[in-house]
Design a protein around this ligand. Structure first.
Ligand code: HAM
Length: 435
């Protein structure tokens, strides 16, 4: 066995984040956090393992039967690795429902696990920004949630490249009921429609036939999907269309264009708990055909845990699709390395001098490395460059005697002598910090 080498590959559908990837990941989530905290959302988190039943209750058959990672613990409890955050959120809110000030505006950035066939935009582990409001006026909350999502895209300078497609589950219930479908069959048809793009027309047709959908019902469905919102509003006036109309007005008032937020009767969402507004956001160019975020209104999730109901609305935005989008459109900035400055170590007796200078710069917020071996300046500078440092601070006997330091710009290859006392100010005036 001694010669068998272990694989360096991560488990299928998961990613290793080397420091270069981690820098991008951190930058992406820092941008998202800045936007959602600007809207006064507060961070929360929960455990990665939850009781299996938490998802069995409302997340939907596909997620539970095909995608959950689950296990029995040593005490014979059936646990699931969280595939989404919304059930945890509902559980946590229900647990303190009397104490929490409303409306509850919370966000989280969990890693989630789903057993999927890995492909572009779909992996087995992804990170997801979750933003939710519970309580408040439902329409105002729906509009705010969509504003937050679009503001995030604006922060990434990509808001003109995306489209939010909106529908309403109440409208769909009304339509399916008019079609003569029972609630149970309607839910199954919703699943088929949600999977349609993924499975193709042939399998979709077979699925509908198996559910007993007649040719005439199918024709009416196609007619419905091809209708404009105005036509649907006339023909299927109901609470769902009224909610949609009011939501579109609010968003228009807030300055979102008619192209940015559109009605799409084919957006249904695969999760069972949605009860009102549902939405997904897509890249308008075809390279990234997976939704970048999805969400909607859920009126009955918190009620699963106790007497009190507290409706909510929210979305999940995944890092995989978002990063594909940012890369496709050249929207990722160059993030530099993890080091701003090397403070060189001329000789071993001067270690404390180097450390003192480095400490001053660290206190000023810079990322500063000092050598871990005593070598000539040449090798020290090479190491600094390989780690992406922009500057090196050097000193020899002559400089130290005069309380001076040499600052070398490693990219430009030029150097300058400054008074030791002026060093932090010199860097501060040049804003030398990698993001
Ligand atoms: P979801 O549509 O299942 O919704 O996921 C939201 C987003 O997470 C997707 O649009 C996609 O960007 C990303 N995502 C989902 N699965 C994967 C995967 N296997 N690989 C990569 N990215 C993925 C939910 O999870 C809801 N709980 C969102 C929500 C929050 N609804 C209300 N509040």
């Amino acid at each position: 066995m001694a010669d068998v080498k272990l694989s360096t590959q991560p488990y299928k559908g998961t990613r290793d984040f080397y420091p270069g990837d981690m820098r991008i990941q951190k930058w992406i989530f820092d941008q998202m956090r800045a936007v959602v905290e600007g809207y006064a959302y507060e961070p929360y988190d929960g455990p990665m393992l939850e009781p299996f039943e938490l998802y069995a209750a409302k997340s939907g058959e596909e997620l539970v039967n095909q995608q959950l990672y689950w296990m029995m613990d040593r005490g014979e409890r059936k646990l699931a690795v969280r595939p989404e955050m919304t059930p945890t959120l509902a559980r946590m809110v229900a647990g303190k429902i009397q104490e929490l000030p409303r409306p509850i505006r919370w966000y989280s950035t969990p890693n989630l696990w789903r057993y999927e066939r890995p492909q572009r935009g779909r992996l087995r582990e992804h990170w997801q920004l979750n933003v939710d409001v519970l309580g408040g006026d439902p329409l105002l909350a729906d509009a705010e949630i969509l504003s937050v999502a679009l503001s995030i895209m604006k922060r990434f300078q990509g808001e003109h490249l995306v489209q939010v497609r909106v529908n309403n589950r109440r409208l769909m219930d009304h339509f399916f009921m008019g079609l003569g479908l029972s609630a149970e069959v309607a839910l199954k048809v919703t699943k088929a429609l949600d999977a349609r793009a993924k499975i193709g027309e042939e399998k979709y047709a077979t699925w509908l036939a198996e559910l007993g959908i007649t040719a005439s019902q199918r024709e009416q469905m196609e007619g419905f999907f091809q209708s404009s919102f105005e036509q649907i509003e006339l023909k299927f006036a109901c609470e769902g269309t009224r909610e949609l109309r009011a939501l579109f007005s609010l968003l228009e008032e807030s300055g979102f264009s008619k192209n940015q937020v559109v009605f799409d009767a084919q957006v249904l969402r695969g999760l069972d708990y949605y009860t009102g507004t549902v939405f997904e956001m897509y890249d308008t160019s075809p390279e990234n055909n997976r939704a970048m975020f999805g969400g909607g209104r859920y009126d009955n999730l918190v009620g699963l845990f106790g007497k009190e109901k507290l409706p909510g609305v929210g979305f999940g935005m995944g890092d995989v699709t978002l990063r594909n989008f940012l890369e496709t459109h050249g929207l990722l900035p160059s993030l530099g390395g993890g080091v701003d400055v090397l403070v060189a170590l001329p000789k071993s007796e001067w270690r404390v001098h180097s450390e003192t200078i480095a400490h001053q710069l660290r206190v000023a917020g810079m990322k500063v490395m000092t050598p871990l071996s005593i070598e000539g300046f040449g090798p020290q500078l090479k190491i600094a460059s390989r780690h992406g440092a922009r500057y090196a601070v050097l000193f020899g006997d002559a400089e130290w005697a005069e309380k001076k330091l040499i600052i070398k710009d490693l990219a430009a290859g030029v150097q300058e002598v400054v008074a030791a006392a002026d060093l932090p100010a010199w860097f501060a005036s040049r804003k030398v910090t990698n993001p």
